[in-house]
Design a protein around this ligand. Sequence first.
Ligand code: DGI
Ligand code: FE
Ligand code: FE
Ligand code: FE
Length: 187
Amino acid sequence: MDRVEALNVVKQQLTEKRYVHTVGVMETAVKLAQIYGADESKVELAAIFHDYAKFRPIDEMRKIVSEQQMDERLLKYGVELLHAPVGAYLVKKEVEIYDEEVLNGIRYHTTGRLKMTLLEKIIFISDYIEPNRQFPGVEEVREMAFSDLNNALITSISNTINFLMKKQQPVFPDTLAVYNSLILKEE
Ligand code: DGI
Ligand code: FE
Ligand code: FE
Ligand code: FE
């Protein structure tokens, strides 16, 4: 599937604002893929479809998590987490993309996970820093991303954990695990 077709397919699923975000993630991710030597076409595809399920009804997403026997903790830690693994499932089923590296980029773009691949790290960080994102601390991560991907990951995850804790929301265990492993330089 080429870029134009992929963008057309995802556009049908998103609001205008979310589509603009998606294009920003795509452009950022391809730049990072060039810098770090990742597969540009896989990175591009994962970026285009990363928020594919963002506007699916929560009930539908919960049902898919149960029926497809995905990690049950996803149902507990916050509805914001659902669109990533459910997106990977639906992109496979509805768009017929079968590349597991691409699907994992979509699947883990919100929480991260231990032993993230280069593609997964690029999608995760591009989602955070794309040009339309504006929040305190984003500029620091934006600059870091182009010189030290792991450090950018540490800072963005630490910002997200702080954000969740300020609102007394639960932090998904895998997110804490990535943070620890990067701090301990285990990956
Ligand atoms: O879909 P996007 O808005 O582009 O970005 P995203 O997929 O990274 O989702 C961000 C949301 O997910 C934001 O509201 C914070 C939430 N989130 C990220 N990591 C965690 C989390 N929520 C919980 N409960 N636990 C996490 O570890
Ligand atoms: Fe997302
Ligand atoms: Fe994110
Ligand atoms: Fe996103």
